[in-house]
Ligand binder design. Structure first.
Ligand code: PEP
Length: 250
């Protein structure tokens, strides 16, 4: 049985002091649930302290991005080994904000995926269509291309354990959540693609999160769908009450 994974992507929010308060508040309110894994992804500047603060809680640490190079003249970039050295186990890759605001393409995401995997960081690989792509009937082609190119050259053994996150771009930060049926349709499509590209076993064992305006009020119905294995949460993870509310309802 696949675990439910709830991950909070803090984006560019919370300085060090604010990060400490939010983590303390999440810990105070968190209820351990057997089949639910909890991950937080604070900004780089808070990762080291976050790692110390969560060491006695059932919370794992993720970064929001990383560079595919190991070291050297890449001003402003952060490597996989740097993330590991501050306690990260996960890294979010290919988030739509990285793709649209910072020009990352499927090839860049593929290089990052390979580097994360070879560095023993678990990728949370994000894919999703824009509203225009959905409305023009291109949704499945776009998602298939993101999956094929993002995973190009990655073997079944390497991909095993990685997390995928389906995040329709039109639902991110907009309050417009995909209906459970809309999300389920795409999750089943992605799982089927994994079966085609790899195997039934990998497809059945891969966690596919939904992301896009998830809140405590809509979490249960979304995560209750057969192919939705948790949530990647943006806005609602910035308050302990709503983040923990989603975990409780997962
Ligand atoms: C996200 O950025 O990954 C996200 C899902 O954001 P929000 O929950 O705010 O839509």
């Amino acid at each position: 049985m696949r675990k439910k994974v709830i991950a909070g992507n803090w984006k560019m929010n919370n300085d060090l002091n604010e990060s400490i308060s939010l983590i303390k508040s999440i810990k105070e309110n968190l209820v351990d649930r057997d089949n639910v894994k909890v991950i937080i992804a604070p900004p780089f500047t808070s990762l080291d302290r976050a790692s110390q603060l969560i060491s006695d809680a059932n919370i794992s640490l993720s970064a929001q991005n990383m560079c595919y190079e190991d070291s050297g003249a890449f001003t402003g970039a952060i490597s996989a080994s740097m993330l590991k050295s501050v306690g990260c186990e996960y890294v979010i890759l290919g988030h739509s904000e990285r793709r649209t605001l910072f020009g990352e393409n499927n090839g860049d995401v593929n290089k990052k995926m390979k580097k994360a995997i070879s560095s023993e960081l678990t990728p949370i690989f994000c894919i999703g269509e824009t509203l225009e792509e959905r409305e023009s009937g291109e949704m499945k082609n776009v998602i298939e291309k993101q999956v094929r190119e993002g995973l190009d050259g990655i073997s079944e053994a390497e991909l095993s354990g990685a997390i995928l996150a389906y995040e329709p771009v039109w639902a991110i930060g907009t309050g417009k959540v995909a209906t459970p049926d809309q999300a389920q349709e795409v999750h089943a499509f992605i799982r089927n693609l994994l079966k085609e590209l790899y195997s039934e076993n990998l497809a059945n064992n891969t966690v596919i999160q939904y992301g896009g305006s998830v809140k405590p009020e809509n979490a249960a119905e979304l995560i209750g769908q057969p192919d939705i294995d948790g949530a990647l949460v943006g806005g609602a993870c910035l308050k302990a009450e709503s983040f923990v509310g989603i975990i409780k309802n997962a």
